[in-house]
Structure formats: C-alpha cells, structure tokens
Design a protein around this ligand. Structure first.
Ligand SMILES: O=C(O)C(=O)C[C@]1(C(=O)O)C=C[C@@H](O)C=C1
Length: 191
C-alpha cells in the first residue's frame, strides 16, 4: 500500500511539473499571439486567419485530442488578440446593458462572438447551431445544450423564429426577449 502511495506521489509531482511547464508555454504563446495581433491591427488584417489555422492543424494534429487542443489554442490567441486590440482602440462604443430594451453592436464577426461570450454569465447553457460560436462559448466557460437540456439561450445565425441573439453581417442583435431574461446577462459596459 505504502509503495502505491509513494508511486502516486511521484507521478503527481511529475504531473505538477508538467502542468507548470505547459502554463509557462501557454503564457509565452499568448504573448507571441498578442504581438501577431498588433501586426494585424497595424496592417488592417482580420484577427482570425483560418487558412493559417488549417496549416497548423495539418502539420501538428494527428488525432481528435490534438485537434481539439490546437483549436482551443487558436481561440485563446483570438480572445487575447481581440482584447489587446480593444484596449488599443480605446473606447469607441459604450453602453450599459442593464435597462436597455434592445441592443445592436456592429463589428467584425470574431469580435462579436468574443463579446457575446463575455456578456453571458459563466455557465450559461446555450443552444447554438454554429460550430465557431460553440467553440468560443465553450472556451469562455459556457455549455452547449444537447437535445435533452433546456437551454438558457438560443442562438441562430440566420432569421428563424424565437431567436434571441442574431449574429449576421457584422452585426449582433440582442433581442428584447433575451434582455428580459436578465438572469443570464451581466451588466456590462461594451467598448
Ligand atoms: O498566425 C496568426 O495569424 C495568429 O494570429 C496566431 C493563431 C494561433 O494561435 O496559432 C491565432 C489565430 C489565427 O486564426 C491563426 C493562428
């Protein structure tokens, strides 16, 4: 028994060191992505570059797990690049959601989806038929509903009935219906 416990302690130490190294590398990666983001802003380029992502996926991913991890890394970079750009841009648009009946925000699609992930309270259950949005919402700590769950929020990318949030043509529309269910929304100031 003692031997098992010693063995587990050793493994835990190894795992701890491994986690520490991963975190350090992730921080480094995020810094580099931030610098790429600055170049993109300077060059007027879009933050997401799916061709580059596919290039990386093709050369580095060899199974579902590595593909999943790489996709998460891309989302982390994008969140960071967008954050950087927003603070660099200073306040362009500012509005308090609380008490507003309807809101429309216009921006690049990635930026909108990122903003949406921040508007929702952590852990919101979302029914969403769009993979890119789902990925960003999951990385921001939200859940994607499956058929049995009752979602807090329904997002569709195009005009369907009962939509609560529409993201279309560089514009995000948050409906009155959704704003009425304030339980799911932070009072946020949008930049
Ligand atoms: O290479 C870029 O353009 C980046 O911004 C970096 C990165 C990445 O994390 O690897 C992030 C977002 C892009 O969609 C593609 C790749």
């Amino acid at each position: 028994m003692i031997e098992f416990i010693n063995n587990m302690d050793t493994l835990r130490n190894e795992l701890y060191n491994n986690s520490r190294d991963i975190i350090k590398l992730l921080e480094e990666r995020r810094e580099i992505a931030g610098k790429i983001g600055e170049c993109k802003v300077a060059g007027g380029l879009k933050i997401r570059n799916r061709e580059r992502e596919i290039e990386i996926l093709k050369s580095l991913s060899y199974d579902h797990f590595t593909e999943f991890v790489l996709n998460l890394l891309f989302e982390f970079s994008i969140n960071y690049e967008v954050l950087n750009r927003n603070s660099a841009d200073s306040v362009k648009y500012s509005r308090i959601l609380n008490g507003v009946k309807y809101i429309e925000y216009r921006s690049e699609r990635d930026n909108l989806i990122f903003l949406l992930s921040r508007i929702l309270n952590p852990g919101t259950v979302v029914l969403c038929d769009y993979h890119e949005i789902s990925k960003i919402l999951i990385s921001a700590g939200h859940h994607i509903a499956n058929a049995i769950e009752k979602p807090d929020l329904v997002i569709y990318m195009d005009g369907r009935e009962n939509q609560e949030i529409i993201i279309k043509d560089g514009s995000m529309l948050i409906s009155e219906n959704f704003l009425a269910s304030k339980a799911n929304i932070y009072t946020v100031e949008i930049q």
